[in-house]
Every structure is written in C-alpha cells, then in structure tokens.
Design a binder for this molecule. Structure first.
Ligand SMILES: [Mg+2]
Length: 416
C-alpha cells in the first residue's frame, strides 16, 4: 500500500502538468496526498475492520467476510472521503461519497485500480486477492472493465508479493487480462490523459514490468504522462510488492499524511508488515531455487567435426529462466544500489579474507559475513561466468547461491 501512496504523492504535481521524462525530484512543492492515497487508506481500513469481525483461517467464513467488507468499504470511503472533499475526486465519485443512499454507478474509471492495492497485500491466495478486489470495487465501479482493472492490479501485487518472476507476472496478465503488446517508449509520445481502467491499468503494469528498481518504476510511470498520480499509484503498489520500498522514500511520503491517515497506515503495516525488505528482489529466489532441480544444461557441439571449415563450439551452459532472471536482477540491483560498489566485488572479497575463486567462495562461512560481502560473493559468481563457462552453474548446483541468499534474508530483518 505504501507504494501506491508514494506513487500518488510523487505523481500529484504532474497530473495536469505532465513531465515525460524520468529526471525530476520525487518530492517537491506542489506534491500532496490525493484521492488515490486517501481512498487506498479507506479500503485498507475496511479490510482491517472486516478481518477483526471475521478472522481468516484461510478456509471458512470468507463469504461473510466479503459481505462485511463490502459494507465497511462504503462506510469508510464515505466517512474518510467526506473529510477530504478537495482531494481530487471525480464528479460521479464525489456525489457517491456524499450520497445518503450510495449505489454503484457502473463505472470503469481508473479509481477502481488506484485504491485496490490493499487487496493484493491482505490476500492469502490468488483467488482471495480477486475476491477482495471485487468486493471493494463493486460498491462503485461495477462495470466489468472496472472489476477487471481492480483484479488485474490486485493479482499482480499478490503474485509479486509471493515471489513470482516478472516474466510470470507478464504471462499471467497477458493471458487473463490485457495484451501487453507495447513498450512505454513506443506509447509515450501518443499517450494522453485517460481516466478509464482499460487505458490506465495495462500501461501502469507495463511501467512496473520494465522498471529496474522501485524508484525506477515510479519514474517510468510519471514519464508516461497522462493521469500521473493514478498511474504511479498503481505502478508503485506493484513495485512495492516486488522490490520493497527504500526507507528514505517511504518515510518522506508518510510525512505527507496527517495524523488520522497516518494512524490507518500504522495499523495496517503492523498487521501486514509489507514492503520493508531491502533485498527482497534477490531473496525472493530462495523458494524458487529450493524447489528447482535444474538450473541449466551443458551444450556440447555435436554438429561440427573440429576441422577449420567446421570448428567445434566450446561447450557452454544454456541457463534456465530462473538463473537468467536472477543474474539480470543482480545487475539491476547493483545499478540501483551504487552504495555497495559491487563492481569492486573482488576487492570486497579480499577485505573479508576471501579470494575470487570457486573454492574459497564456496567454502566461505556465510554466517560470519555482512551484507556487502554476501552481495560481492553473488556478483563474483555471476561475473565468473564471463570468464569461465559453467562457473555460475557450479555455484547454483553446490548450494552456494542459496546459502548466500539465506544469509542475506537473515540480515534483512530490522526494526520497522
Ligand atoms: Mg488523484
């Protein structure tokens, strides 16, 4: 949820003054928490209160929970919404907030997706994410495209939270929701302000899929133009689930919330301790690596006979998608975290009494090493492949990568 709030606040000053580039100050004069943040917090409040009435055991009582949730979503969106009449509501929604008999109004506006992120964070299964998304959406946006926009957003968050790879999230969205047959660079020039789910949600998801870090996701979303606070809110929520939120950005955004809104956020984050892991983008591989029994295959050239006309190709490893994704994300982590100086991995290893070589690296006692050295070990393993075919496969197969990632996960625990 914090990712949505960040995206909303950062995007707020660009909604009617688009900035189609990635270079800008995240927080500056003119930034404020708009309806996207406020309605997201109202949805979060409804989920918190509905769960107090119907605690989840993951199996029973979900229908009753969803009924209560629907009623409480109306209650809190109205109650909280009425305190902020000028936060940016559209006309129809404004009337709904102040109505004595609020009814759904068949909307497919992107408001459905901008406020739905708590559904993805609170869900205990994919189906549960879809059910919660529908319940909090259909009280206003009961058009099929409104429900779809909310569910696509919630499911992307749920999958990202549970450690899905980007390619898997892309496949799921493409198969079930929207064809993502464009890149942000391709559409940026012609993209215009549009308040429908159909012209906001797929674009926001693509911004996340193309990003290399949480911050880059927010910048990419703003650079697209259009309804900037809402696009960045949707992108930001998914990016939070996938990358976690850097402390500095998270704390700055929270400083824009008044006491009442902040209290909802605090209650929520105590229940759904979300998005505060620094190394999640890497440690999410722990489960996948543990489950996988193959990381790649050696390819031996059997077509050529070694003559000068048909020189044999050197044996090399064709890596599985999991390993390729890991290596790409380690490089992206390096680029977005220059403070670790991972290009100097071999120096870092030396400082810790280690050599850059298969044996000393494998035998290093991970339990005694700190973050910089663990990250340097992983970078050293990925870089070794450039110089020695199959080197990285060795580090996967002998359990080194898994051991280092587990150590990194232990080091990630910190006070909130
Ligand atoms: Mg807004």
């Amino acid at each position: 949820m914090l990712g949505a709030i960040i995206g909303d606040i950062v995007g707020s000053r660009f909604e009617f003054n688009n900035h189609r580039r990635k270079d800008f100050d995240l927080f500056a004069e003119g930034c404020f928490a708009t309806d996207d943040s406020i309605m997201t917090l109202a949805v979060a409040k409804a989920i918190i209160e509905a769960r107090k009435i119907h605690p989840s055991d993951g199996r029973h009582g979900e229908a009753e929970f969803l009924d209560t949730l629907r009623n409480l979503t109306v209650k809190y969106m109205q109650e909280i919404g009425r305190r902020y009449p000028n936060c940016g509501f559209g006309g129809m929604f404004y009337n709904w907030v102040f109505s004595d008999a609020p009814q759904p109004y068949h909307s497919f506006g992107n408001g459905a997706a901008m406020r739905v992120s708590p559904a993805g964070f609170a869900a205990h299964s994919k189906q549960n994410a879809l059910d919660i998304a529908r319940a909090v959406t259909e009280v206003t946006h009961d058009h099929a495209e409104g429900i779809k926009g909310a569910q696509a957003t919630a499911v992307a968050i749920y999958l990202a939270r549970r450690g899905a790879l980007k390619e898997e999230i892309r496949d799921h969205i493409t198969n079930e929701y929207y064809p993502l047959d464009f890149t942000i660079d391709q559409i940026r020039g012609a993209y215009r302000f549009n308040e429908t789910c159909q012209e906001t949600v797929p674009q926001a998801i693509e911004c996340f899929l193309e990003a290399t870090s949480f911050e880059d996701a927010i910048r990419t979303a703003v650079s697209l133009g259009g309804d900037s606070d809402t696009i960045a809110a949707i992108t930001g929520a998914i990016a939070e689930a996938y990358y976690g939120v850097p402390d500095e950005i998270g704390n700055k955004a929270l400083s824009y919330l008044d006491g009442g809104l902040r209290a909802i956020y605090d209650e929520w984050s105590a229940l759904y301790a979300e998005g505060r892991e620094r190394f999640k983008v890497l440690t999410k591989y722990i489960e996948r690596i543990t489950e996988s029994d193959s990381y790649g295959k050696w390819i031996f050239d059997q077509k050529n006979d070694g003559t000068s006309e048909h020189p044999t190709q050197w044996p090399h490893v064709s890596y599985d998608r999991l390993v390729r994704a890991f290596a790409t994300e380690l490089y992206q982590f390096h680029e977005s975290h220059p403070e670790y100086s991972l290009d100097r991995y071999s120096e870092i290893l030396k400082k810790n009494g280690l050599e850059w070589g298969a044996r000393p690296m494998r035998e290093a006692n991970a339990e005694s090493l700190g973050e910089p050295c663990i990250l340097a070990l992983m970078m050293g393993a990925v870089r070794a492949e450039r110089f020695c075919d199959g080197a990285l496969l060795g580090f996967f197969e002998d359990g080194s990568i898994l051991k280092w990632l587990k150590r990194l996960k232990d080091l990630d625990i910190r006070p909130n």
